[in-house]
Unconditional design. Structure first.
Length: 116
């Protein structure tokens, strides 16, 4: 039962925290401060559509970049509702730490080697 709970917790962390929201209506962060060139972001537009692009240029009116196929995309800043950044490495490290703690802490609490 404990192993199932630990695995469920690990998968929940992995799937819920892979993406960090940088800009949204709830966050008072300016788009210019959150987006950097040569980084990949997911842009959610006001109409609900999403574009995952590697930013190549930003100006006062729009953000330009390449999608996964290498096609150039231009998004008007006024049309952006949210900006998200993928953080898979951080999530994997957190998950490994949680699983390791779930295995090691009970062993120390019982004063027995891990696995016994």
């Amino acid at each position: 039962m404990k192993k199932t709970s630990a695995a469920l917790l690990a998968f929940t962390l992995l799937f819920n925290s892979c993406t960090t929201t940088l800009v949204s209506a709830n966050k008072q962060v300016h788009l210019e401060d959150a987006v950097q060139t040569n980084k990949t972001y997911t842009f959610v537009q006001n109409n609900g559509s999403t574009q995952k692009i590697q930013v190549t240029n930003t100006d006062a009116e729009q953000i330009s970049g390449k999608d996964e196929n290498g096609k150039m995309i231009n998004i008007q800043k006024a049309e952006i509702a949210e900006v998200k950044k993928n953080n898979t490495l951080g999530t994997v490290l957190i998950t490994v730490g949680v699983v390791a703690a779930a295995v090691v802490i009970p062993a120390y609490a019982r004063n027995k080697p891990v696995g016994q």
